[in-house]
Design a protein around this ligand. Structure first.
Ligand SMILES: NC(=O)c1ccc[n+]([C@@H]2O[C@H](COP(=O)([O-])OP(=O)(O)OC[C@H]3O[C@@H](n4cnc5c(N)ncnc54)[C@H](O)[C@@H]3O)[C@@H](O)[C@H]2O)c1
Ligand SMILES: [Zn+2]
Length: 667
């Protein structure tokens, strides 16, 4: 095989692997910039050696793929990618190419390039019929149920919409929601998500729509396709889509020349940091649909559009030191302390180094010049080291072996990235962190007590765990810094009032690793009291809906500690709610315990959501798909034929709404 041919093949294989990581696994292993450089390299090789060009080359095809987890649907019109440009020259070249192919003046629509996952929505008579991912461009995954949970996707349109059309857009996860999701994850001891794009794309492919509904996704639309749309240009079509009820960002602008396009680009290169969602560039489109039609498509992208990619903002600065933080769960996070530097409008002084593996991968050393990049995430990231600048006397970073706070030897479980300090009861930041979590708003919501006061109380030796809060007296608190008679009074009252907080929130407040708000609710509703949770075996816990082995292990570990049991007994003696109250228990039975039930069709007496709640209240588990494990199906009106067939095949019993309500004694 010739050398060039081999080179082309190897490069293609590598790019295919990256496409798979990026689109299917939502877990890229190289930066977009490096990916684009490699793709360009392949393009140039192929251009010089057309004899080796393959119709399946990554330069000729849209990068994604369909997955096995969803029904595959063919797109009525193909979904394309976009050609990329990085400079004014690239844009002028593009203009010259199109001007050769069409007559007359050209106007351009400039839009932002939203960074998320592409989606195609089909509307029939103004009603959302399906939502399909881009897939390989010809066919994609049917993710309708998931997309329906996104509030900015209209299920019904208004105004003068055409009877049938597709509209394309991007599903994104705005920064605010993304950061909040990560705070929640960190709070229960999970690794934070990497970036909004992967998280948006991953969310779309979840199997459980109820889980998708919890994620604050948005759908931004940019393109109408289909015949007889009643519009003659792109700008107008955006306006129309807005009128029909779609979320179309208002920033789009008409430009009469490439110079005006560049004004738009330069403006947004700076102001993109003020946007609520991530953008990675600008998309420039020939405005006239007639001219678009004349220009047509290459095998991968429209000739009438061009993406201009912003350069990610990067700076280099010196790594002054590495420090190690201990979290509430004992997790150790290494932090890079940097020589302060301006980046994307803020001064950056610190960056997370995540864990020991990351430090090793970067081979980062104190004294190195490092590249720092800031996306929309709160914490900037370190991309790499400028080896040319490495000081001659530099030494490899040796990860700490003992806790920086209590000197206990650190532990790291097989398969986990993070090191932990196992000194659960004696490590100060863990003790303080647990009490801070206990009093936080979503947990016991103790008015009049803040995180700093908790630290003071611990450091003064007044409390060593959250149950001690209930024995605090006003006299003990008044001498503390910034405390006065009134604030001390308020603190004591706040603690007293927390005795009314319902059991499910108390369970969350205990700070059991991996037991977040949702899991605490599930456990509380299933077991109904702390004693029942405490006695549950690991096997029993795993059988509860949505409780996996990791959570079950963690719960068992928590209750295996004598210290924890003492604290809980103390909470009980003070009157904290450690079981469901009589009111909460009304209508709750264990009639359906251990049963997995599918709900399908349209119901008369109760709504679908009420039905699901009834199942859960009576101890059953609602499952979204029929399998051999299904105990029975509650079938309403209009049950789909494919579900019926599946039920028959697996011999699963169907019962009517009325029969079900009778079964659980619902009046
Ligand atoms: N790091 C990796 O491993 C890796 C692997 C594959 C791809 N990638 C990255 O993904 C990019 C290629 O992805 P792609 O093929 O999806 O192309 P793209 O993301 O560069 O551009 C095409 C997409 O832009 C989206 N888009 C957003 N706003 C738009 C608007 N206003 N108008 C029209 N379209 C808009 C559309 O969904 C369209 O499908 C590459 O540039 C590369 O950086 C990275
Ligand atoms: Zn420690």
């Amino acid at each position: 095989m010739s050398n060039i041919k081999k080179q082309i093949q190897e490069l293609s294989d590598e790019l295919r692997m990256h496409n798979h990581n990026y689109y299917v696994l939502d877990n890229a292993t190289i930066s977009d910039y490096d990916f684009d450089i490699k793709l360009k390299e392949l393009q140039e090789l192929e251009a010089k050696h057309p004899e080796f060009t393959d119709a399946n080359s990554p330069t000729q095809r849209v990068g994604g793929a369909v997955t096995k987890n969803f029904e595959t649907i063919k797109h009525a019109q193909r979904m394309y990618s976009l050609d990329n440009s990085y400079s004014k020259e690239d844009l002028l070249d593009w203009e010259a190419r199109i001007k050769k192919m069409i007559d007359g003046d050209v106007q351009y629509t400039c839009e932002l390039k939203y960074d998320g996952a592409s989606i195609s929505l089909t509307y029939v008579n103004g009603v959302l019929e399906k939502a399909v991912t881009r897939g390989d461009g010809f066919q994609g995954d049917n993710v309708t149920a998931n997309v329906k949970t996104i509030k900015s996707v209209p299920l019904k349109l208004k105004g003068d919409f055409p009877p049938i059309f597709d509209i394309r857009g991007e599903i994104v996860l705005p920064f605010e929601g993304f950061n909040k999701m990560n705070e929640d994850r960190i709070e229960i001891g999970e690794e934070p998500y990497r970036n909004p794009r992967n998280t948006a794309s991953g969310s779309l492919k979840l199997q459980d729509s109820a889980e998708v509904a919890k994620r604050p996704l948005e759908c931004l639309l940019y393109n109408l396709t289909g015949g007889n749309l009643g519009v003659s240009n792109q700008f107008e079509s955006l306006e129309k889509a807005r009128q029909w009820g779609f979320k179309v960002p208002e920033v789009a602008k008409l430009a009469n020349s490439i110079d005006e396009v560049l004004d738009f680009i330069n403006y947004w290169d700076i102001h993109r940091h003020d946007l609520p969602f991530e953008t990675d560039g600008v998309v420039v489109k020939v405005n006239s649909l007639q001219q678009q039609e004349e220009l047509g498509f290459t095998s991968k992208a429209p000739r009438w559009a061009m993406a201009y990619k912003f350069k990610a903002e990067q700076v280099s600065t010196r790594l002054n030191s590495i420090s190690y933080q201990v979290g509430r769960t004992g997790a150790i996070t290494p932090v890079a302390n940097l020589e302060p530097v301006e980046l994307a409008g803020t001064t950056v002084k610190r960056a997370s180094l995540h864990n020991a593996d990351q430090i090793e991968k970067l081979d980062i050393r104190v004294g190195d010049m490092v590249y720092v990049e800031k996306g929309g995430e709160i914490i900037p990231k370190i991309l790499g080291v400028d080896l040319a600048e490495r000081p001659a006397n530099s030494a490899s970073t040796v990860y700490i072996t003992n806790c920086p706070e209590c000197d206990t030897p650190l532990e790291r479980k097989v398969g986990e990235a993070q090191h932990y300090c196992p000194n659960y009861n004696g490590c100060n930041p863990q003790i303080i962190g647990r009490i801070q979590h206990y009093i936080s708003r979503k947990a016991m919501d103790i008015d009049g007590l803040g995180g700093e006061t908790v630290a003071l109380l611990v450091n003064e030796g007044l409390i060593t765990n959250y149950s001690d809060l209930y024995e605090l007296t006003k006299e003990q608190v008044i001498p503390l810094e910034r405390m006065a008679d009134k604030s001390a009074e308020k603190l004591i009252q706040g603690v007293e009032q927390s005795k009314n907080i319902p059991f499910e929130r108390v369970l969350f407040a205990l700070g059991i690793r991996y037991v977040g708000e949702t899991v605490a609710k599930k456990l509380a509703r299933h077991y109904k009291s702390i004693d029942a949770v405490r006695e549950a075996s690991q096997e029993a816990l795993v059988n509860v809906d949505e409780i996996g082995i990791k959570i079950a292990e963690s719960v068992c570990l928590f209750f295996a500690s004598e210290e924890n049991n003492n604290i809980i007994n103390r909470l009980k003696s003070f009157g904290v709610q450690l079981e469901m109250s009589a009111e909460e228990l009304v209508g709750k039975t264990s009639l359906l315990t251990g049963q997995s039930i599918v709900v399908t069709g349209v119901f008369e007496t109760v709504s679908r959501n009420e039905l699901k709640k009834l199942i859960e209240d009576n101890g059953g588990k609602v499952s979204s798909s029929i399998s051999s494990k299904t105990s029975f199906i509650v079938a309403g009106d209009k049950m789909g034929p494919s579900k019926k067939e599946k039920a028959e095949k697996l011999n699963v019993e169907l019962i009517s709404e009325a029969e079900f309500l009778q079964k659980i004694g619902f009046e």
